[in-house]
Design a protein around this ligand. Structure first.
Ligand SMILES: [Zn+2]
Length: 337
């Protein structure tokens, strides 16, 4: 298989609640509701992009229709689980591209017809905050008294944009940004299935690029896998993709600062800017190196250096000459005692 032509996120989208990374509270509560038959008719899934809202909505839609849902999993054997026509009862609407009142009127109209295959018709509305005011008004009454065979799952990255009347009609679940170890686990699982080799440092570097989103981490993993083309995945190769600087280069810079070696500092800063892209990655790299040095030998100079670079963040983000600012901070630190 050519890793460049498929997306890990789509291929390995979790099919059961327990396979969803980092949202245990949400998935356990939903599984319990199905198991105890205490299902709501309108849910609101809130959280930043790539945290699994749509994935969990799809799992819930299948789980709630399974005749023998057990232990957090669908049975895989019942008429529903075996049906090729599940999409006749599960509807996914993207409010960003269908935000007008007509789309909602069609939806409201279809709600009254019973499900075709399963027990429930599930309407998943992505980015629901994009609905126009009149579209929301058209939805409100149905949301208030949906037919017994209908479940709405409204997903949004911006819940504050929803009318209180909409919020109050829904059971709300907040999806958390996914913690780094959970993202690492997901990436590791995908690489294992793909028979790709990556060391721990590389896995961590890929997971960090997700910044709390499994989807973003896996999209980046797609790029890395394509770039490495079957060769072992390493931090050095990842750095080539993202314009990252190897940790040893930052460690060298900190050593030169400590040794008051101004010429060395200038040279290393030039090396860093020859490859570096992105102020945040640059600062994280240098701050990590200073922190590592401080832990081994805490000195006032290192404490000052840490402050100097930490204060540089807002400047570096918008500076037209980040190299100049970065070099000045390094030289000031170099001259300090
Ligand atoms: Zn089933």
């Amino acid at each position: 298989m050519n890793p460049a032509v498929k997306s890990f996120y789509r291929v390995y989208r979790p099919q059961n609640f327990d396979a969803v990374g980092g949202q245990e509270f949400v998935t356990k509560t939903l599984a319990n509701q199905i198991a105890t038959n205490k299902i709501g008719h309108a849910y609101l899934f809130c959280g930043t992009r790539g945290t699994g809202k749509t994935t969990v909505a799809k799992i819930f839609a299948r789980a709630v229709n399974c005749e023998h849902f057990h232990d957090g999993k669908v049975c895989g054997q019942c008429a529903w689980c075996k049906s090729p026509n599940q999409n006749m009862d599960i509807f996914e609407i993207d409010a960003a591209s269908n935000n007008g009142v007509d789309a909602v009127r069609d939806l409201v109209d279809s709600v009254k017809y019973p499900p075709v295959v399963g027990r429930y018709k599930v309407y998943i509305i992505d980015e629901v905050h994009m609905f126009s005011g009149s579209a929301f008004n058209a939805l409100l009454k149905t949301l208030e008294e949906p037919p017994a065979h209908v479940i709405f799952i409204l997903a949004t990255t911006e819940p504050h944009k929803l009318l209180p009347t909409v919020q109050s009609r829904c059971l709300r679940f907040n999806f958390q940004n996914v913690a780094l170890p959970d993202i690492i686990k997901v990436v590791q699982g995908v690489f294992k299935k793909e028979k790709l080799t990556a060391d721990d440092a590389a896995l961590t570097a890929i997971a960090k690029e997700g910044r709390g989103s499994v989807r973003d981490a896996l999209s980046f993993a797609d790029t890395v896998a394509a770039y490495c083309a079957g060769e072992p995945i390493t931090v050095a190769k990842i750095n080539q993709i993202v314009g990252g600087v190897d940790a040893t280069v930052f460690a060298r810079l900190v050593q030169q600062i400590t040794a008051h070696d101004a010429a060395g500092v200038r040279k290393t800063v030039a090396d860093i800017f020859a490859v570096a892209t992105g102020a945040d990655r640059l600062l994280t790299g240098v701050l990590d190196a200073i922190k590592d040095a401080y832990v081994t030998t805490p000195t006032p100079q290192l404490a000052n250096t840490l402050k100097l670079f930490a204060n540089l963040e807002p400047t570096l983000k918008y500076a037209t000459d980040p190299h100049g600012y970065f070099e000045t901070a390094a030289l000031v630190a170099c001259g300090a005692n």
